[in-house]
Write a protein that binds this ligand. Sequence first.
Ligand SMILES: Nc1ncnc2c1ncn2[C@@H]1O[C@H](COP(=O)(O)OP(=O)(O)O)[C@@H](O)[C@H]1O
Ligand SMILES: [Mg+2]
Length: 453
Amino acid sequence: MAAASILVVDDEQLIRWSLTSRLADEGYRVFEAETAAEALKRAREGVDLVLLDYRLPDSDGLAVLKQIKENDPDTLVILLTAYSSVKTAVEAMRHGAYHYVNKPFDLDEIVLLVEKALETTALRREVRALRASQAQPYGLDRIVGDDESMAAMRALLKKIAAGPGSTVLLTGESGTGKDLAAKVLHYASQRATKPFMNITCSALPETLLESELFGHERGAFTGADRQKRGLIEMADGGTVFLDEIGEMVPLLQAKLLRFLEEKAFKRVGGSADIHVDVRVVAATNRDLEEEVKKGRFRSDLYYRLNVVPITLPPLRQRLKDIPQLVNFYVDQYNSEFRKRITRVTPAAMARLQAYGWPGNVRELRNAVERAMLLTEGDELAPEHFPLGPGSSSPGDAVELPATGLHLERWERSFVQQALERSGWNQTKAAALLGLNRDQIRYRIEKFKLERPA
Ligand SMILES: Nc1ncnc2c1ncn2[C@@H]1O[C@H](COP(=O)(O)OP(=O)(O)O)[C@@H](O)[C@H]1O
Ligand SMILES: [Mg+2]
């Protein structure tokens, strides 16, 4: 690791010299600046720690401190003051100084302080690197699928991620990838190194949810024996993901609205406004517009959340993505379970593509997981996927998807499934489909279906 860099800022040459030579002896890379202007110029080029004289010819240390911190919040600043004024010290700490030292100082004391301060940077950088490496599983390509809807979603997420922090509303059935989209968005954005906080609005009773979100002051309610920061506060700089927003009670809807409009909130039982910078991503499997009409969801909050709406299509509307998704999960579970599935048979794939997937990608993932746990061989065949009736319930309840479907492909798949289910007994298969034997024979020929060896 390269030696840490230290910038010594003081207008007195003797002080600069004594600090510089001692710190250089300790193995640091040391730079000097005589004025605030010089100091800022050097700090902008990147430096780990600044020893900053409070009194400079062209500015005061506090102003320089603020600018250094603004430029790079990770730069550590130790302030050197000639008079031990508590007020100055407090002010300095408030603006992010790591510490302050009174002049005349003891060089050994400075060396120790610098060493300790730099340890915290190293630690902070480690955490950051760790967060960044954890971020990788949520790259944009983690959203699998070539369907236009998926490509459009990736492009949209990328665009939103590049922006500062507009609110996003994700709508879609359970299992369509709302959680995934929220994480991908967070990790594709500048906010990636800051927290991603996640809460399911339906999981907690109202009062608990409020204090989880906004925090509370000591004594705010019975049992609040100390102050607690809420998720929104802890997510500062990052993203808050509010899942199942449609279940939020009206009182909290009002509080959330205020927060979205003013970027400020009060802790429960508190009177001070707390300002934070977070991106709010909300998700719901309900039709919020419908909820608004029914008077269950505030229309003003709906409009405030709906700045960037993203609708995730159900899996049955993008059946052509199934092979890609299946292969993605086969790869994943191959490495997780140390299996070697090399092939998913065309008949199995056809079966998966003919099913309605009411539980969407989550259900598909579970089906692949179960199949892989159960199979001993190296391929997945139709019998490894005992799927439920899905969307094709008895009667004429199969609903034509909004995007339409390829009738012949479905017909082929149905005939294939009927044959598999009846063990290639043509009479039984025909009965399952409401056909006679001639009709099913005709289709077996037409689709070139073959009984597996
Ligand atoms: N397009 C996709 N590509 C890959 N995996 C997906 C996709 N959509 C959903 N998943 C996976 O399916 C599962 C359910 O997704 P999730 O985001 O939890 O859905 P939701 O929050 O909408 O209920 C997760 O394991 C998720 O990683
Ligand atoms: Mg979810």
